[in-house]
Design a protein around this ligand. Structure first.
Ligand SMILES: [Zn+2]
Length: 364
């Protein structure tokens, strides 16, 4: 049988339903905003008040490998779970954070590597037609920056750079309170700035990108390469000699226990990130730099040497008084970013909701 063909026969509905959690039953009808975070692994939706208090949340696997129609169906199912709890007349709008590349102005998702089968999908148009609510779209890393600016460590600042270091490396720049978009809405692809001009080839085609040097998979690869040279490390025992079982989490754990090889890899990662942050400070002149994603959980072992590199390299005027800190918002940062995007467009959304209702009546 062709790989995957048995899955296709399941059709749009395989009976899988989103998991729903209600956090504030009393105020559900007051829900005004739907925030959605579409990832390659899971799709999540929240219902929030007009001040960003999350009232209910739903999530289910994205099932990205099952293609566009199935994923769209899962997005709608997840949104429906929280939307059904609200009083529709109180709802103002919805925003979706999705993996790029995408165009936030037209609401079209191009062809993200982790959403196979997607090509120029007019996601906001599809969702507006389904739900009769204004829908806004943003690149997940840009929205994370907006979430951090609106609700997190950045809420006392107007100029912020957010960098996420996880399976990939992405970023967002907040310029005087707004997302720096660029001509096609694709600005601030911070993971693909060159750090090492003759370094390893990145998945994007460029060489020595921040992503290929600091992402979780890259840290793992560099560790395995180091241990294969025969360097002693307790990691070898931790995985029973099978180096392929090494994970970024285990590397962090070994480093915490003082393992020299693991510490060396983390210090090297901190160096690359420090060079990246130095570039970012010089380019965008932010008031704060926030770093999130799984790799940031390594904590002070990563941040202290990173900040040292910045202080060595950047011009003092660019780093003095500029905090470089881990995110406040953890795994919900993307959802907070979606809520924040609706908040930024609140008045326009209220007007557009009326327009969409008129279009809906015309079609009926
Ligand atoms: Zn790259």
């Amino acid at each position: 049988m062709e790989k995957g063909s048995d899955r296709v026969t399941l059709g749009k509905d395989d009976g899988l339903r989103p998991e729903l959690v209600i956090l504030n039953e009393r105020e559900l009808a007051e829900g005004k905003i739907i925030g959605v975070d579409l990832g390659g692994t899971r799709v999540r939706a929240v219902l929030s008040t007009g001040t960003g208090q999350i009232l209910a949340r739903a999530e289910m696997p994205t099932q990205a490998d099952q293609g566009l129609e199935h994923v769209l169906s899962n997005i709608k199912l997840t949104i429906n779970q929280v939307l059904g709890l609200a009083d529709f007349s109180n709802l103002v709008g919805m925003a979706v954070g999705a993996p790029g590349p995408l165009n936030p102005f037209t609401g079209v998702v191009f062809s993200p590597p982790n959403l196979p089968g997607w090509s120029n999908v007019p996601l906001t148009a599809i969702l507006e037609k389904e739900f009769h609510l204004p829908v806004y779209l943003g690149n997940d890393a840009n929205l994370a920056a907006l979430g951090e600016y609106t609700f997190g460590a950045g809420k006392d600042y107007r100029y912020l750079v957010y960098i996420t270091v996880s399976t990939g490396v992405g970023g967002g720049v907040i310029e005087d309170g707004r997302i720096l978009q660029g001509a096609k809405g694709a600005a601030a692809e911070l993971g693909h700035m060159t750090i090492e001009y003759d370094g390893p080839r990145c998945n994007c085609g460029n060489i020595g990108c921040l992503e290929i040097l600091t992402s979780g998979p890259s840290i793992r690869r560099r560790t395995i390469e180091l241990l294969e040279t025969g360097v002693a490390s307790k990691l070898v025992d931790m995985v029973g000699g099978n180096l392929e079982d090494i994970t970024p989490e285990l590397i962090a754990e070994a480093a915490r226990q003082g393992d020299e090889a693991a510490l060396r890899i983390i210090k090297e990662t901190a160096f690359f990130l420090g060079v990246g942050v130095t570039n970012v400070l010089h380019l965008y002149n932010p008031e704060i730099v926030v770093i999130g994603g799984g790799v940031s959980k390594i904590g002070s072992m990563l941040f202290e040497p990173l900040i040292e590199v910045v202080h060595e390299r950047a011009m003092p005027a660019f780093w003095e008084g500029v905090p470089i800190v881990p995110t406040d918002l953890g795994g919900d940062i993307g959802l907070y970013g979606s809520i924040a995007l609706v908040l930024q467009n609140y008045e326009e959304a209220r007007i557009r909701k009326q327009e969409l209702a008129v279009v809906g009546e015309d079609e009926a």
